[in-house]
Design a protein around this ligand. Structure first.
Ligand SMILES: [Zn+2]
Ligand SMILES: [Zn+2]
Length: 178
Protein backbone atom coordinates (compact mmCIF):
# COMPACT_ATOMS: atom_id res chain seq x y z
CA UNK A 1 0.00 0.00 0.00
CA UNK A 2 2.82 2.34 0.89
CA UNK A 3 4.61 1.61 -2.40
CA UNK A 4 1.42 2.25 -4.36
CA UNK A 5 0.90 5.69 -2.82
CA UNK A 6 4.53 6.67 -3.48
CA UNK A 7 4.10 5.68 -7.13
CA UNK A 8 1.00 7.86 -7.42
CA UNK A 9 2.88 10.78 -5.95
CA UNK A 10 5.73 10.30 -8.44
CA UNK A 11 3.27 10.35 -11.35
CA UNK A 12 1.60 13.48 -10.05
CA UNK A 13 4.85 15.38 -9.70
CA UNK A 14 6.42 14.44 -13.05
CA UNK A 15 3.50 15.64 -15.19
CA UNK A 16 3.59 19.41 -15.34
CA UNK A 17 -0.15 20.06 -15.12
CA UNK A 18 -1.19 22.40 -12.31
CA UNK A 19 -4.85 23.17 -11.60
CA UNK A 20 -4.18 26.13 -9.30
CA UNK A 21 -2.34 28.30 -11.86
CA UNK A 22 -4.05 30.96 -13.96
CA UNK A 23 -3.54 30.36 -17.68
CA UNK A 24 -1.81 33.07 -19.74
CA UNK A 25 -3.98 32.27 -22.77
CA UNK A 26 -7.68 32.14 -23.61
CA UNK A 27 -7.44 29.89 -26.69
CA UNK A 28 -5.82 26.48 -27.11
CA UNK A 29 -2.48 26.66 -28.99
CA UNK A 30 -3.18 23.38 -30.79
CA UNK A 31 -6.73 23.95 -32.05
CA UNK A 32 -7.44 27.67 -31.67
CA UNK A 33 -10.61 26.77 -29.70
CA UNK A 34 -11.38 28.33 -26.29
CA UNK A 35 -9.56 26.63 -23.43
CA UNK A 36 -11.31 24.46 -20.82
CA UNK A 37 -10.33 25.96 -17.43
CA UNK A 38 -11.18 22.68 -15.67
CA UNK A 39 -8.16 21.01 -17.32
CA UNK A 40 -5.60 23.11 -15.45
CA UNK A 41 -2.37 24.40 -16.99
CA UNK A 42 0.77 23.03 -18.59
CA UNK A 43 3.87 24.91 -17.40
CA UNK A 44 6.15 25.61 -20.38
CA UNK A 45 9.38 27.46 -20.91
CA UNK A 46 9.21 29.83 -23.88
CA UNK A 47 12.09 31.54 -25.62
CA UNK A 48 15.81 30.80 -25.39
CA UNK A 49 18.68 32.04 -23.23
CA UNK A 50 18.19 35.07 -20.97
CA UNK A 51 14.83 35.87 -22.63
CA UNK A 52 13.29 32.52 -21.65
CA UNK A 53 10.30 32.59 -19.32
CA UNK A 54 7.88 30.04 -17.91
CA UNK A 55 4.24 30.44 -18.88
CA UNK A 56 1.06 28.64 -17.78
CA UNK A 57 -0.76 27.23 -20.79
CA UNK A 58 -4.44 26.29 -20.88
CA UNK A 59 -5.75 23.83 -23.52
CA UNK A 60 -9.15 22.74 -24.91
CA UNK A 61 -8.78 18.97 -24.33
CA UNK A 62 -6.62 16.56 -22.38
CA UNK A 63 -5.15 15.34 -25.72
CA UNK A 64 -3.83 18.84 -26.48
CA UNK A 65 -2.34 19.10 -22.97
CA UNK A 66 -0.66 15.69 -23.42
CA UNK A 67 0.85 16.77 -26.75
CA UNK A 68 2.36 19.86 -25.12
CA UNK A 69 3.74 17.85 -22.20
CA UNK A 70 5.24 15.23 -24.55
CA UNK A 71 6.71 17.56 -27.18
CA UNK A 72 6.60 21.16 -25.99
CA UNK A 73 9.55 22.32 -28.09
CA UNK A 74 7.79 21.46 -31.35
CA UNK A 75 4.72 23.50 -30.43
CA UNK A 76 6.23 26.43 -28.57
CA UNK A 77 5.68 28.99 -31.37
CA UNK A 78 2.01 27.88 -31.34
CA UNK A 79 1.95 28.44 -27.59
CA UNK A 80 3.58 31.86 -27.98
CA UNK A 81 0.88 32.84 -30.52
CA UNK A 82 -1.86 32.35 -27.90
CA UNK A 83 -0.16 34.24 -25.04
CA UNK A 84 -2.02 37.34 -23.85
CA UNK A 85 0.20 40.40 -23.95
CA UNK A 86 1.26 40.74 -20.34
CA UNK A 87 2.35 44.25 -19.25
CA UNK A 88 5.20 42.63 -17.30
CA UNK A 89 6.37 40.65 -20.34
CA UNK A 90 5.00 42.42 -23.42
CA UNK A 91 7.09 40.32 -25.79
CA UNK A 92 8.45 36.86 -25.31
CA UNK A 93 11.69 36.95 -27.23
CA UNK A 94 14.36 34.47 -28.12
CA UNK A 95 12.81 32.38 -30.88
CA UNK A 96 15.10 31.66 -33.81
CA UNK A 97 13.61 33.28 -36.97
CA UNK A 98 13.74 29.96 -38.84
CA UNK A 99 11.65 28.27 -36.14
CA UNK A 100 8.96 30.95 -36.47
CA UNK A 101 9.01 30.77 -40.29
CA UNK A 102 8.70 26.99 -40.14
CA UNK A 103 5.74 27.15 -37.74
CA UNK A 104 3.77 29.65 -39.85
CA UNK A 105 1.56 28.34 -42.68
CA UNK A 106 2.53 31.30 -44.87
CA UNK A 107 5.80 32.62 -46.30
CA UNK A 108 4.47 36.01 -47.37
CA UNK A 109 2.04 38.36 -45.61
CA UNK A 110 -1.58 37.61 -46.63
CA UNK A 111 -2.38 41.34 -46.70
CA UNK A 112 0.62 42.98 -48.42
CA UNK A 113 2.37 40.05 -50.11
CA UNK A 114 5.70 41.03 -48.53
CA UNK A 115 7.85 38.50 -46.64
CA UNK A 116 6.65 37.85 -43.09
CA UNK A 117 8.65 39.28 -40.19
CA UNK A 118 9.58 36.32 -37.94
CA UNK A 119 10.25 38.66 -34.98
CA UNK A 120 6.50 39.33 -34.77
CA UNK A 121 4.17 37.09 -32.81
CA UNK A 122 2.07 35.11 -35.32
CA UNK A 123 -1.72 34.97 -35.11
CA UNK A 124 -3.23 31.59 -34.21
CA UNK A 125 -6.09 31.38 -36.70
CA UNK A 126 -8.87 28.83 -36.89
CA UNK A 127 -10.50 28.62 -40.34
CA UNK A 128 -14.26 29.31 -40.45
CA UNK A 129 -16.71 26.39 -40.54
CA UNK A 130 -17.84 27.43 -44.03
CA UNK A 131 -14.25 27.31 -45.29
CA UNK A 132 -13.36 23.93 -43.75
CA UNK A 133 -16.54 22.41 -45.18
CA UNK A 134 -15.50 23.53 -48.67
CA UNK A 135 -11.83 22.54 -48.11
CA UNK A 136 -11.72 19.47 -45.87
CA UNK A 137 -7.97 19.00 -46.55
CA UNK A 138 -7.02 22.35 -45.05
CA UNK A 139 -5.45 22.22 -41.61
CA UNK A 140 -8.12 23.83 -39.40
CA UNK A 141 -5.83 25.75 -37.07
CA UNK A 142 -2.83 27.58 -38.53
CA UNK A 143 -0.24 30.14 -37.50
CA UNK A 144 -0.26 33.24 -39.66
CA UNK A 145 2.79 35.50 -39.92
CA UNK A 146 2.62 39.18 -40.92
CA UNK A 147 5.00 41.86 -42.17
CA UNK A 148 3.59 44.68 -39.98
CA UNK A 149 1.11 45.55 -37.23
CA UNK A 150 -1.00 47.31 -39.82
CA UNK A 151 -1.48 44.11 -41.84
CA UNK A 152 -2.16 42.10 -38.70
CA UNK A 153 -4.91 44.59 -37.81
CA UNK A 154 -6.48 44.34 -41.27
CA UNK A 155 -6.43 40.56 -41.08
CA UNK A 156 -7.96 40.29 -37.61
CA UNK A 157 -10.71 42.76 -38.59
CA UNK A 158 -11.92 40.51 -41.45
CA UNK A 159 -9.95 37.23 -41.57
CA UNK A 160 -12.37 35.40 -43.85
CA UNK A 161 -11.30 37.65 -46.75
CA UNK A 162 -7.84 36.04 -46.56
CA UNK A 163 -8.76 32.37 -46.09
CA UNK A 164 -8.31 31.38 -49.75
CA UNK A 165 -4.89 33.05 -49.90
CA UNK A 166 -3.79 31.32 -46.69
CA UNK A 167 -4.90 27.92 -47.87
CA UNK A 168 -2.96 28.43 -51.11
CA UNK A 169 0.15 29.35 -49.10
CA UNK A 170 -0.34 26.31 -46.88
CA UNK A 171 -0.48 24.02 -49.92
CA UNK A 172 2.52 25.67 -51.60
CA UNK A 173 4.59 25.45 -48.44
CA UNK A 174 3.89 21.73 -48.05
CA UNK A 175 5.00 21.10 -51.63
CA UNK A 176 8.16 23.14 -51.10
CA UNK A 177 9.03 21.22 -47.93
CA UNK A 178 8.84 17.83 -49.67
ZN1 LIG B 1 -6.81 22.01 -27.81
ZN1 LIG C 1 1.85 42.70 -44.38
Amino acid sequence: MRILSLTCLAILTTVAIAAAETPSNTHCPMSGKPIDPKLGCVAMKLGDGPDAQTVQVGTCTKECADMLVADGKTYRVRVWSTMKDDPKHPHIKGFPPDEVKEACCNVTCPVSGKAIDPARKPVNYRFSEAFTQKNPDAQKSVLVGFCSDHCMGEFTAAPQKFEDALWLQQKNKKVKNK
